[in-house]
Design a protein around this ligand. Structure first.
Ligand code: SF4
Length: 441
């Protein structure tokens, strides 16, 4: 089948005043909002601080510096967030430590689990009432947490529930980190069920290969021990405990618009234990809609994370509508920056492409995408088309499976490694921002 001649259909949007348009409503908000409003950040938390800052802060409380290391071990390695449970810390100091370092950051408002229990979506309330989400997903040999980096988002992508909320504020470093620590608590409590799903990462690699590449101790050689009930080795720490092995910045917000705090959080994730979580940078994916200066800054950091560009359209005509930031940095500039990320870091990059019915899923667009990627070189990129997880009531829907398959086939035929993704958690409002958009419960 060929979908070359299929028309592109722009959905008609009906506004409250009865008028219609073929571009999404902007609700009077600016098209793009790069700067979060100057609102109060949460109180300083242990995870906001580097080890040196923790040592200094511990001394200020009249404790020797080595207590900072003990506290770090509890928080990052043992997922303990309440000093009352840190029994090797002097009992008469625990209250002061709780007050100084561990203000409550995330209150769990709601938790949704898929039927098979291998995916859990959390809705958290932050100290100022803002709502954010994280999604925990078990695969055969890894456990991935999708984290939020902003409350809402200023990028205004019309097909995205978060984009429709606008930007409330940037999340703090500790608010980002705490999503992982809380997820680790849930995993340790045995609440994330085993899965039968295959384990292909963002770059189309088997998890075992990723682990080998990362040189991690929990690399997870595929032992074949993946039967239900068994703990896949790739998800275990050397101590045999299961925890989050992969983090993707694909929740609410544009991570490169909150650059400093996101980088700080990445340092907490990658700092060696007990200073941080001791994760490999390769297991952390930063995804952007194409903030080119941010991409260039990221490629020159000393932490070579996995990089993903949410492209969604190879042509500016359509991408200007789907990803308003394209009017600032166009598709070619974003692809150039992604290619430079590869050349600078040696890390193959991932192109994300939400397949939307009759919108961006045409065969000619697959061909154009392949042409643009191949024009930069071979072997530097992997494409991940993902059928859109639609927002309820939205005019945007997922591509037909046959159309999606042809899109993939054309890329593969052009020599571009491509893996179609399953959307996880459709039965739990899987698309980012849907839970926060619908309120508490
Ligand atoms: S798709 Fe990403 S960048 Fe666009 S509005 Fe949604 S969260 Fe923001």
């Amino acid at each position: 089948m060929s979908n070359t001649r299929r028309k592109q259909v722009r959905p008609v949007v009906e506004h409250e005043d009865g008028t219609t348009s073929k571009t999404p409503t902007r609700d009077g908000r600016p098209l793009l909002n790069f700067r979060a409003p100057r609102v109060t950040q949460p109180p300083r938390h242990f995870a906001d601080m580097s080890m040196e800052e923790r040592q200094e802060a511990v001394r200020e409380l009249g404790l020797p510096a080595f207590r900072a290391k003990q506290l770090s071990n509890h928080y990052f390695q043992r997922n303990i967030t309440d000093p009352a449970l840190m029994t090797d810390i002097p009992a008469d100091k625990r209250d002061a430590l709780a007050e100084a370092f561990f203000p409550p950051l995330l209150t769990e408002v709601h938790r949704l689990k898929t039927k098979n229990g291998d995916t859990i979506k959390f809705l958290w309330r932050l100290f100022d009432g803002a709502l954010v989400e994280s999604v925990l997903m078990r695969y055969r040999n890894r456990i991935t947490l999708c984290v939020s980096s902003q409350c809402g988002c200023g990028m205004n992508c019309p097909f995205c529930a978060t984009g429709q909320q606008g930007l409330t504020r940037n999340m703090s470093t500790a608010e980002i980190v705490e999503q992982v620590v809380r997820a680790n608590q849930v995993i340790a409590a045995g609440e994330l069920a085993p899965t039968a799903e295959p384990d292909i990462n963002m770059l189309g690699e088997q998890a075992a290969a990723v682990g080998d590449e990362s040189g991690e101790t929990d690399a997870g050689a595929d032992t074949g021990n993946d039967s239900a009930g068994a703990k896949p080795s790739g998800t275990q720490t050397p101590a045999g405990e299961e925890r989050v092995t992969n983090i993707v910045f694909m929740g609410m917000g544009e991570p490169l618009a909150n650059y400093k705090r996101v980088m700080n959080a990445i340092r907490r994730f990658t700092d060696a234990a007990p200073h941080g979580l001791g994760m490999s940078p390769r297991r952390i994916t930063v995804s952007t809609v194409g903030l080119v200066p941010g991409i260039r800054k990221l490629m020159n950091e000393d932490i070579p994370v996995t990089f993903a560009l949410s492209l969604h359209a190879p042509d500016d005509g359509l991408r200007n509508e789907m990803i308003p930031v394209n009017t600032r940095w166009n598709a070619d500039e974003a692809i150039d920056a992604a290619y430079d990320y590869y050349r600078t870091t040696g890390r193959r990059v991932s192109i994300e492409y939400a397949l939307i019915k009759d919108m961006n899923d045409h065969a000619w667009r697959a061909d154009l995408l392949a042409k643009k990627l191949n024009a930069r070189g071979r072997g530097w990129v992997h494409v991940n088309p993902i059928p859109l997880n639609p927002t309820p009531g939205s005019v945007w829907t997922a591509s037909e499976p046959k159309v999606a398959q042809e899109f993939v086939d054309r890329l593969v035929a052009a020599g571009v490694p491509t893996t179609i993704r399953d959307t996880r958690g459709q039965d739990i409002d899987g698309a980012c921002g849907q839970l926060a958009a619908t309120g508490e419960d």
